[in-house]
Design a binder for this molecule. Structure first.
Ligand code: SF4
Length: 238
């Protein structure tokens, strides 16, 4: 497993910092600001994966990284591993459109799987409703809340490519525990069946979805999008 510290064109290094799916407390931010001053951080840059990059002199990178756990943060793993999880503000206290606890689930998924080795980098996105603000169908594994503790799961998406893939539905309206069983199964099967350097979506193109599914995880019934999202899409208004 690699560490996400990258040399920059200016000669400094970029240190990629992971929080709880992008959530930070004021105390964490204040502590990070003090640490940044001590280490002479030049700039912070928020990333598309809800992590935070600190650009600073290479000689100070070790000091910054060493202090991150004390702030409840960590250095991002890099390479062919499960990457930082993207989760939206889908939570009963936050986004009013959420239909389920996506943020809490995303944090729990990240805590359990971050850094686990895979044949190719493995990205997970969690969304609190069908709007999918975290692009769950572009991720290797996307989880979308379809009700209060029920979720749809897509697999094999690959957005960052000149040959993008859209994730395929692998399970509908499964419970929280089944989401973890499904992820355990996907990671185990991907390690066994994926070729080195092969994205999950390409493995699925080669072998089909079947090896990655839980028994009976695909429900036959058609799931309609929530009414407000259907209105947003203009479904039924032609
Ligand atoms: S995906 Fe839905 S719940 Fe999540 S931030 Fe977007 S609108 Fe809100």
């Amino acid at each position: 497993m690699g560490e996400a510290i990258f040399k920059q064109k200016c000669g400094m290094v970029a240190v990629n910092i992971v929080a709880a799916c992008g959530v930070m407390t004021p105390d964490q931010m204040a502590g990070l600001a003090r640490l940044a001053e001590d280490c002479g951080v030049f700039r912070f840059k928020m990333t598309s994966r809800q992590t935070l990059v600190a650009v600073l002199g290479e000689d100070k990178a070790g000091q910054l990284v060493g202090a991150l756990p004390g702030l409840g943060l960590r250095l991002s793993p890099y390479g062919n591993v499960v990457r930082a999880v993207k989760a939206c503000a889908g939570n009963s206290s936050l986004c009013p459109r959420s239909v389920g606890e996506a943020l809490d689930l995303g944090i729990e998924i990240q805590d359990k799987y971050l850094g686990m080795e895979t044949p190719k980098d493995f990205k997970i996105a969690v969304a609190g409703c069908a709007r999918g603000c975290t692009d769950p169908y572009c991720a290797d594994l996307g989880v979308v809340a379809s009700g209060r503790e029920v979720f749809d799961v897509a697999m094999g998406g690959f957005g960052g490519s000149a040959r993008p893939l859209h994730g395929k539905i692998a399970a509908r309206r499964i419970g929280r525990e089944d989401v973890f069983l499904l992820i355990d199964n996907v990671l185990e099967r991907f390690k066994a069946l994926g070729q080195p350097g092969e994205k999950l979506g390409r493995t699925i193109t080669r072998l089909g979805l079947e090896p990655f599914l839980l028994p009976d995880s695909i429900k036959e019934k058609e799931i309609k999008p929530p009414e407000d999202f259907a209105n947003f899409l203009g479904i039924g208004k032609e």
